[in-house]
Every structure is written in C-alpha cells, then in structure tokens.
Design a binder for this molecule. Structure first.
Ligand code: GBH
Length: 491
C-alpha cells in the first residue's frame, strides 16, 4: 500500500523489551499436585462452580505445569525478549505462611526460569496474580492488616530462591481487580460483595503489603541481586465525555477510584489516597451515618513507608471509556465505590468490539493513559505489563482483529515514546489461551490457541502470533505484512 512506503518508519529502541504475559491460575493447572495448597480460585470454583460462565475451572487449564518446555519453545518461536508470569503463592507456601516451603514448588519455578534463561529470555515475575492461599482468606485475606506481613514473608522466600537469576519483580497484579472486583463486588474471588468498606480496606492493606515487600527487596536483596521491584496497576483510559467542567471532574474522580486509589499512595509526591476521591467518600460516609469515612486513613508512618516504594510503574492497559457526570448513569449499590463516584460510562458505538463485554478498541488510549501518568507522577520507568484482545472460541486461528488491535496499540506505544514517556517494554496478553476467570474458556486471549479438548493441550499459533513476531523482530510496524504460511519456526 502506497501510504506505508511513503510514511516515515518509526522504530522501537533495541533495548525495548517485547514479551508476553500470563498468570499462574490461568495456565498452570496441576491444582493439587506435588504439595500445592488450595487457593481462593480452587476453593471458589470447586464449592461454587456456577459462578463461572461455562462452569469450568483452572484445575488443568493450559496444563503449563507439565507443558512449560513447550511454552518456552513458543517464546523462542515468537523471538520474545521477555516473559512475564506469576507464581502460585500456595504452590510455594501451601498454607500461605512462610514457615513451610514446598520444595517441589521451588523446583518447578527454577526449571521454568532456567529454561527461559537458556534461550536468553528475560523472566519477569509477578508475585501475586489473584490466587491467594485459601487459609489466608479464611483469616480475612486483604481485609486483615496482617496480610502485609504474610506477603512480605512470602516475598522474601521468592527473592531468596529466584532473585539470583530474576531481575524484574512485580508485587501485585492489578490492585483494583483484587480489591474492587474481589471485595467490593462479585466479579472475582473471593466474591465478598462487601460494597461499603471492602474495597477501601483492601486498598490500604494492599499498598502497605506492596511497600513492605518492596523494602524486603530494597534492604535485603538489592545490593547482592541488583534487580528492580515494582507494581502493576490496571490503567484503562477514562476521558471526559464532553469538555464541560462537570464531565472533566467526573472523569478525574473515576480515574482516582479506578487506579488513583493504588497509584497515588505509591507514586505521588504528596503520598496518601487521592484528594478529591477521599473528600467525596468522607462526605458520603457522613451523609450515610458512618462515624468515620469508609476510606481508612494512613498513619504518617504508613504514608511515608508506601510513598516512593516502587522502582517502576507496571501498566495493564486494554481499553478506554468516556465518563459523564449526567448521562448513562446506572443505579449502583448504596454505599459502594461506584456510588461514591456516581458517574456514567459511555462507549461510542463505532469502537470495534472484542469477545469481552468490557473491551473495545478505543483510539489512542495508550497515549492518553501513559502521558497522563507521566505528568502526574513525574515520569517514572513504565512497563506495559499487559495489553491484548479477545476473540470467541469459534474464531479459531483466524484472528485478524487481534492483529489489527496489536498494530494499533503499538502505533500508540510509538506515539507514547515520541511524547517522552519513560516506557521500557511491552507485554502482550497472552502467550496462550487460558482460563479467563469468571468467563471460563468462553473468551480467548492467546497469540497461540490451546485445544482444551485435547489432553495434551496442543498449542497452535494464530495469525496474530506471526504479526507480533514480525513487529518485534523488525522493531517496526509493517501494516501490510501477511504470514506466508501458518508454520512457525525458531529463528
Ligand atoms: C487482565 O485484567 C488480567 O490481569 C488478566 O488476568 C486477564 O486474563 C486479562 O485482563 C483479560 O481479561 O466487566 O465486571 O465482568 C484486565 C482488567 C478485566 C478489569 C475485565 C475488568 C471486567 C469485569 N479487566 N474486568 S466485568
């Protein structure tokens, strides 16, 4: 096509890390093998199976526990620089507590890491991607302030065992999904639906847990291991529906509730929870007859501990929404976080739709989100730790829209780099199809498809796998590239 040859080619820097991301519960399977303890997803899917759309679970999933060598082979086929994966806390510490370490769990992750390193693939570890040991949930999970000590103890075991070879650690994946979806509503385990205070209690305890783990790394391991420790927060873009002052304020409040609750205490120069949101929650709490704000306070000591406790800002970004102060409002539970924000969400009909209700292709959303974070938090090191697109199972290997999505997203990444954002890498979600939480196996995010009917869980590249490989190997986006065949090779 004429335009692409005329157009100046923009390149990704050579040291820009291209990878893919996955999570333990979504791919590993082997839910009760070799001493692994039960986690909250095992517990929920076994005891309350109908909460999952297709009444499935992650007992076997993509069976990566047994197929990890094939997964690393796929990474080599894709020519990845890096691979982000999460550890199953209860595979390492069956009860959640660090007094009893499961050697088979350590061995599994050692094999996995060593297999990647053999082929120069940089491992990036997420310590927690939603699979809390069930025993800790029974003690209150993230509603119990002691979670920060249990998590720091677990983190120490992780750094001790893997930090000689792994230089990128992410404490938590997506606090919003842990705290709002898990505690404030019913869309993630442990489906507590503690709408009034659950999200906010969790938010406070989680950022303190993050900070304690960060200081375990910083004080006990950084000098000898020389790596980095950060956190990943879901940052979709929430822009104002119109440029009225009301819509702008509604969008700001929404951003504070979606990600500011977790980002502000860690990355802002003032520390603590976001101001406008805190004020709103405190006003509503008073009206609702609470003696104190439903949003807990930090002590001065806690605030100082959390502030500045991250070497980088991991961003999971998928989409964007337009926020209105007056339109598209729905009745939310009272009291609840959405009721505290009290705004409407609009998705323009022309934005292309994926197989997931919440995910559309929202133009320029990466650029908007990352430049906003750059200004607000003084341009820390960023990694995009997830970005991806879902297709329905029946689409099979033909996923033109996923290819289009990645090309569009990566153009926005180039714009983001041009805008001076300190962005160091990009992880596509996901390497292979996996257990998509409440949606079970009804939505697929893999660059490779997995045959879940086949006991071997055979993996096959989709068209987008070739497109992604072409982009990262050449360091530019060729919008006209078409794979010659659907056979993958290792270059
Ligand atoms: C990521 O979260 C997760 O980190 C990853 O594990 C997951 O597989 C991937 O997304 C794809 O979903 O509309 O109430 O049903 C992205 C964050 C996921 C948050 C979907 C909102 C919708 C919940 N979003 N979720 S609901």
């Amino acid at each position: 096509c004429q335009a692409s040859t005329v157009r100046q080619q923009r390149k990704f820097p050579d040291d820009f890390l291209f990878g893919t991301a996955t999570a333990s519960y979504q791919i590993e399977g082997a839910w009760n093998e070799d001493g692994k303890g039960e986690n909250i997803w095992d517990y929920m899917t076994h005891n309350n199976p109908t909460v999952i759309k297709d009444v499935s679970n992650g007992d076997i999933a993509a069976d990566s526990y047994h197929n990890y060598k094939r997964d690393v082979e796929i990474m080599r086929e894709l020519s990845l620089d890096a691979y982000r994966f999460s550890l199953s806390w209860s595979r390492i510490l069956p009860t959640g507590m660090a007094n009893e370490v499961n050697p088979a769990g350590i061995e599994f992750y050692n094999n996995y890491i060593n297999e990647m390193l053999k082929y120069n693939i940089t491992p990036m570890i997420t310590l927690y991607h939603w699979d809390l040991p069930q025993k800790l949930q029974e003690l209150g999970g993230f509603a119990n302030p002691y979670i920060s000590d249990w998590f720091a103890d677990y983190a120490r075991v992780v750094f001790e065992n893997f930090g000689d070879r792994v230089k990128h650690f992410i404490t938590f994946n997506e606090p919003r999904e842990i705290c709002f979806e898990g505690y404030g509503t019913t869309t993630k385990a442990p489906i507590l639906n503690a709408t009034a205070v659950g999200t906010y209690l969790c938010a406070k305890h989680l950022v303190i847990a993050h900070a304690k783990a960060y200081y375990v790394y910083d004080k006990e391991f950084r000098a000898s291991q020389g790596g980095q420790c950060g956190i990943t927060i879901s940052v979709n873009w929430f822009g104002p529906h119109t440029d009225s002052a009301e819509d702008q304020f509604a969008a700001e409040l929404k951003r504070q509730a979606e990600w500011g609750l977790y980002a502000e205490p860690i990355f802002s120069s003032e520390g603590g929870f976001p101001k406008e949101l805190s004020q709103r929650i405190s006003e509503k709490s008073a009206q609702q007859g609470y003696a104190k704000s439903r949003l807990p306070e930090f002590t001065a000591e806690e605030k100082a501990l959390v502030q500045g406790s991250s070497d980088f800002f991991g961003v999971n970004h998928y989409t964007g929404y337009l926020i209105s102060a007056t339109q598209a409002k729905v009745q939310n539970p009272v009291p609840s976080l959405p009721d505290d924000v009290d705004a409407g969400t609009i998705v323009p009909a022309e934005w292309p739709k994926s197989a997931s209700a919440w995910l559309t292709l929202s133009p320029n959303s990466i650029l908007y989100a990352l430049t906003h974070l750059k200004e607000r938090y003084n341009n820390p090191i960023f990694y995009i730790t997830e970005n991806g697109w879902s297709t329905p199972p029946e689409a099979g290997l033909n996923d033109d829209m996923r290819g289009t999505y990645y090309r569009t997203a990566l153009e926005s990444v180039l714009d983001t780099l041009d805008a001076g954002v300190n962005l160091k890498g990009y992880m596509a979600w996901s390497l292979v199809d996996n257990f998509e939480w409440m949606e079970g196996y009804t939505e697929r995010f893999g660059l490779y498809s997995v045959d879940f009917e086949d006991p071997a869980r055979t993996r096959t590249p989709r068209k987008s796998a070739f497109i992604y490989k072409h982009i990262l190997s050449n360091r530019f986006i060729d919008h006209t590239y078409e794979p010659e065949s659907m056979t993958m090779t290792i270059d």
